[in-house]
Structures are given as structure tokens and as C-alpha cells.
Design a protein around this ligand. Structure first.
Ligand SMILES: Cc1cc2nc3c(=O)[nH]c(=O)nc-3n(C[C@H](O)[C@H](O)[C@H](O)COP(=O)(O)OP(=O)(O)OC[C@H]3O[C@@H](n4cnc5c(N)ncnc54)[C@H](O)[C@@H]3O)c2cc1C
Length: 361
């Protein structure tokens, strides 16, 4: 890349699956800055394993500077943007020629790797010390956590309370039914169409009351409800009219934010009509990286790559050896999805994609 192109400032906001991938691919092509509230990238779908086996997190939490060797990392949340700058909570204004927004979900987690590992160790102590565990939420996080505990600690009583009429509502009914059967066979109790009032839960009392009045005895609980979309920081910005009613950024087929010329969005923050998955977030990143390289070289808009929404595909792990897969025309449960995902949870693969040693599974 020539000197002028290498001088183009590409700012990536959000160091999750999508933003990490984009920053890595653009770092030798442009002047890249990655902005994220934490010092590290974490592989989100590995977190539930780290709660039952904290040492697993050593390979899944990766300092941004380990894969952004030729760029700048700013550790701070972005709080707003203007036509040419990103403003951060710590008071910086970061100028951009091209901006890529990848703030999928915003959840407060520790600032550095060490504290995040301690958090997993505390969760693990909590699980180990309990005879009974309540999981609130039967989406992918609640189901994967229930699977991890049921397999690693088969003597503990696990209860999942879910407000919907079926588990894993983001995929098909058959996958939900098979998952319910699998959990039930592992003696996990699943209560559907019920909620637990989060304000009234108290671990010291050890009795939780659901919205239908059912009482659950549990020594501890984990809240596994959906994470909020990470767009609140844009609500009073120049992009406020580009957010749909669910808070997602509306993008065109080139993943350019609607009505903008130099602002792109990738990953779960976008309104692309497809299941929100990390491997699709990585595909978004590769389309935008390709397009940015073309734009920087002066290519016409008609030459840019288009992104086509993907058909429904997801694998939910059920402990270390099994899983449930939603494929475009079928669902599958058991060892085959387990072989694909559940042993290493794509950790080695994700590390390799970031140019790192995959480490041992
Ligand atoms: C239990 C579970 C299992 C899953 N399993 C799989 C799987 O097997 N395969 C798969 O492909 N997908 C899986 N997914 C989905 C996958 O995790 C998401 O689709 C993926 O994380 C989306 O990536 P993202 O980069 O868009 O957002 P995120 O991963 O949410 O990253 C967003 C980043 O933005 C940062 N951020 C937020 N707000 C700001 C701000 N104001 N300023 C700066 N930075 C900010 C956050 O700190 C974070 O680093 C799973 C999800 C769950 C919950």
C-alpha cells in the first residue's frame, strides 16, 4: 500500500468479534485505531466453559495489543461521534477518515484480563460451593451454562427459568424441543413461561419465587438474560436517525451506515436480517475490510463487495462433548455438533484467525 493510503485513518469502535477481525485485517493497510472499554478481546462463547474451568480463560482472553501490532489501542468507551471524530469517555477526540462501528453489546466487564480471570474464578467457587444453582434465562447463555454445570457437576441440582414458551427462541422449535429433552435427561429442571423478579432475588434467602408463584430452592443464581445492544452511546449523535427501533444501526448492502459515505457498521450492532452470530460478524468484517481497501485505492462504489444475509445456522454447546445444531434445513443434537464446537469452543480457530498460536485444546 502506498504512503497516502497507509495514512488514511480508520477508527474501529468496539473490540469484540467483528471489531477485532477488522482491526487485524486493516492494520498494515491504513492508520488503524481500535477503541474498546477493555484491554482485551474475549471469545464470548467460551465464557460459560471458563465459569466451570477458569483456566480455560487463559486462551480465550487476548490482549488487543497481541493482535494489533501495527495500530493504536485506546482503552475507553466511545461516548459520541461527529462527522470526523470519535469522542471517548476519558476525554479524547480521535479523528477518522473512515469509521467502523462494531459495538455489538455493551456489558460492564473488567477492564483487564487478570480481573476477568478472577471473575471466572469467583463464579467457579460459587458453583462449586452450591448444591443447587438457579439459572435465569433460557437463551444460548443460560442453556450453555446449564449444560456446562450439568456435565461437569452432575450431582448439583440445576433449574432454568425462562420467560418464553420455549428455550433458544432464536432458532427453530425442533432444536428447542431436543435441547429441552437433553437437559431434562441430565436432571435439569426447566420452567417455561415464568420469570424471576431480579430485584427481589437474594442469595442469602435461598428461595426464589417465580411470576407464577412457584418456589425454587437454590444456593446461588446466575442471570443469563439477553445483553443490551451497544448503541446507547449513539443516541444523541449524528447517527441517531440511523438507529432502528431496536437500537440497531441500519446498513446498506455494502454495510455502510444508511445515508453515510465513510461510516460502516459490522456485527451484532447492524440490522442485517439474519441470526446474530460471531462467524457472520467476521464475514461482515471481511467485506468491510475489502471495501475499505478498494475505497482507499480510489475504486468506484459499483466495484464494492455486497454482503448477503446468511441463512439460519448456529451451534449451541451442551457440555464438553455434545451440542445442538440449527442448520438451514435440519436440526441435529448429540456428538456431531459436539465434535464441531463443544470440545474447544472454536478457541484455537479464533486465535489462529487473529494470527496467534492456537494453543492446546
Ligand atoms: C452463549 C453464546 C454462544 C454463542 N456461540 C456462538 C458460536 O458458537 N458461534 C458464533 O459464531 N457465534 C456465537 N455466539 C454469538 C456471538 O457471540 C456474537 O454474534 C458476537 O459476539 C458478535 O460480535 P460483535 O463484535 O458484533 O459484538 P460483541 O462480541 O458484543 O463485541 C462488542 C464490543 O464492543 C465493545 N463496546 C461496546 N460498547 C462500546 C463503546 N461505547 N465504545 C467502545 N466499545 C464498545 C464491547 O466492549 C465489545 O468488545 C454466541 C453467543 C452467545 C451469547
Amino acid at each position: 500500500m502506498d504512503g497516502e493510503a497507509a495514512g488514511k485513518r480508520v477508527v474501529v469502535v468496539g473490540g469484540g468479534v467483528a471489531g477485532a477481525s477488522l482491526a487485524k485485517s486493516m492494520q498494515f493497510v491504513a492508520d488503524v485505531t481500535l477503541i474498546d472499554p477493555k484491554e482485551y478481546f474475549e471469545i464470548p462463547w467460551a465464557n460459560l466453559r471458563s465459569m466451570v474451568e477458569p483456566s480455560f480463560a487463559e486462551r480465550t482472553l487476548i490482549n488487543h495489543t497481541d493482535y494489533v501490532a501495527n495500530g493504536r489501542v485506546i482503552t475507553s468507551p466511545a461516548i459520541s461521534i461527529t462527522e470526523n471524530e470519535v469522542l471517548t469517555a476519558e476525554g479524547r477526540s480521535v479523528a477518522y477518515d473512515y469509521l467502523v462501528i462494531a459495538t455489538g453489546h455493551a456489558v460492564p466487564i473488567p477492564h483487564n484480563r487478570k480481573d476477568r480471570i478472577s471473575q471466572f474464578e469467583q463464579d467457579n467457587q460459587k458453583i462449586k460451593a452450591a448444591n443447587s444453582v438457579l439459572i435465569i434465562g433460557g437463551g444460548p447463555t443460560g442453556v450453555e451454562l446449564a449444560g456446562e454445570i450439568a456435565v461437569d457437576y452432575p450431582d448439583k441440582k440445576v433449574t432454568v427459568v425462562h420467560k418464553g414458551s420455549r428455550l433458544l427462541e432464536f432458532i427453530g422449535q425442533k432444536a428447542s424441543d431436543k435441547t429441552l429433552d437433553w437437559l431434562t435427561a441430565k436432571k435439569v429442571e426447566v420452567l417455561l413461561n415464568q420469570t424471576v423478579d431480579l430485584d427481589s432475588v437474594s442469595e442469602s434467602e435461598k428461595i426464589y419465587t417465580t411470576s407464577t408463584g412457584e418456589k425454587i430452592n437454590a444456593d446461588c443464581h446466575f442471570v443469563c438474560v439477553g445483553k443490551p445492544t451497544g448503541s446507547s452511546w449513539l443516541q444523541n449523535s449524528i447517527l441517531k436517525d440511523c438507529l432502528d427501533k431496536t437500537g440497531r444501526l441500519m446498513v446498506d448492502e455494502n454495510l455502510c451506515v444508511r445515508g453515510q459515505k465513510n461510516i460502516f457498521a459490522i456485527g451484532d450492532i447492524t440490522d442485517v436480517p439474519e441470526i446474530k452470530q460471531g462467524f457472520l460478524a467476521q464475514k461482515h468484517a471481511s467485506v468491510v475490510a475489502k471495501n475499505l481497501k478498494l475505497i482507499i485505492k480510489g475504486a468506484k462504489e459499483s466495484k464494492l463487495s455486497k454482503y448477503k444475509p446468511a441463512s439460519a445456522m448456529a451451534i449451541i454447546s451442551l457440555g464438553r462433548k455434545e451440542g445442538v445444531a440449527q442448520l438451514p434445513f435440519m436440526t441435529m443434537i448429540g456428538c456431531i455438533p459436539g465434535i464441531i464446537k463443544s470440545k474447544d469452543l472454536f478457541v484455537g480457530k479464533t486465535r489462529k484467525q487473529l494470527g496467534l498460536d492456537p494453543g492446546t485444546a
